[in-house]
Design a protein around this ligand. Sequence first.
Ligand code: PLI
Length: 462
Amino acid sequence: MKRIKNRSWAEPYKIKMVEPLFMNTRQQREKFLMDAGYNTFLLKSRDVYIDLLTDSGTSAMSDRQWAGIMMGDESYAGSENFYHLEETVQNYYGYKHIIPTHQGRAAEHIISQILIKKGDFLPGNMYFTTTRLHQELAGGTFVDVIVDEAHDANSEFKFKGNINLEKLENLIKEKGADKIPYVCMATTVNMAGGQPISMQNLKELRKLTSKYGIKIIHDMTRVAENAYMIQQLEEGYAKKTCAEIVREICDLTDAATMSAKKDALVNIGGFLAVNDYAVFEKARNMVVIYEGLHTYGGMAGRDMEALAIGITESVNDDHIQARVGQVMYLGNKLIQAGVPVVKPIGTHGVFLNAREILPHVSQDNFPAQALAAEIYLDSGVRAMERGVVSAGRNIKTGLHNYPKLELVRLTIPRRVYTQAHMDVIAESVEYVYQNAHKIKGLKMVYEPKYLRFFQARFEPVI
Ligand code: PLI
């Protein structure tokens, strides 16, 4: 249904089943947080009131998807649900061949091992934690070629996911095209705050990469959200459907890795999709080593069915408008309250600017980690650090990577919370912001080797 201008939007669904939330006291939360080493990843979910840790695998499925679960064909080989999923990916995204995986990082592993040689360079529109690690484990070096505006939390540039094509071409000239197997292009850019790439930039990227014979691998984890932003903001796209724009994006790329746990509205699943048959053949052979047979990869038949249905729902214009609309509602409320956030508001969450909220805490004391801990203490709202802890260490020097963006992500699960939840979250964040001068920061007391943000432990600085 088309929205009448200046009227409110509402969720295009009604609620059929509810899951009660657990409430607790500040005193209880102090203990839970200490037990979790001040890392919100280590909290038990029953000790969380509103869970904004991630939008990954946290969506509410529709009644259609649950019905699909009952249609699971759990055959080891040639499951009916695989063919439905394959056909759906081909129809909506246009890629020729698909390999199901248990989630996005498994697809990243396979494509990195196939395409990257030791000593290669992998340009991308900002890094993502698992993507970069798989590139490094395959012997490559990630190079950030996103536009400078993406590193400035206050820049209001509309397409902060864009690639700086001059930076990219300089890299190609400096290293040689044979050292760059592909450009990793994400829709939308998670670590920049959920920021979209424009179609114009993508078309120019296609032209440039074709000139040098370089592939574009599309991290399509949040492609429908990116398509929505193009529809809303880019000239010439207002009358196109989200589904049409999604297809246009995919058609400009060579292959894709998908974490279906986000956009595609399922709790588990992913895939690698490719056009090149030779790459597909290698991937099909590799998947049996790491995931499972090529007609289920890492997924149960029922999960492939829920995913096929989820893909069709994810590109529906009413759905995507309400999904992004809810994120914008929270973001605008926080902006009105004067809380420093990444602007413009991204599509999957609101990112708090911990650098500005805690100017007195140095990056060595993990401001964003400390801010996420404080929000949990105040209200039981669980958020995620996206700053120096997530950025990890430089693989060569062993020193911390110090990112310009030191953020706390309030990630909104799809179709799960109501506007009243958004109000409660905004009130808590505003209160913590007003009392931020009391927060002193944290020191890291345990650090795992890989993806440290998941399991690191901290203690308060006294
Ligand atoms: O969590 P996976 O393995 O299904 O997907 C990895 C992954 C790849 N690309 C992007 C852009 C992601 O956001 C992503 C996972 N993101 C998580 C878990 C998140 O909380 O944002």
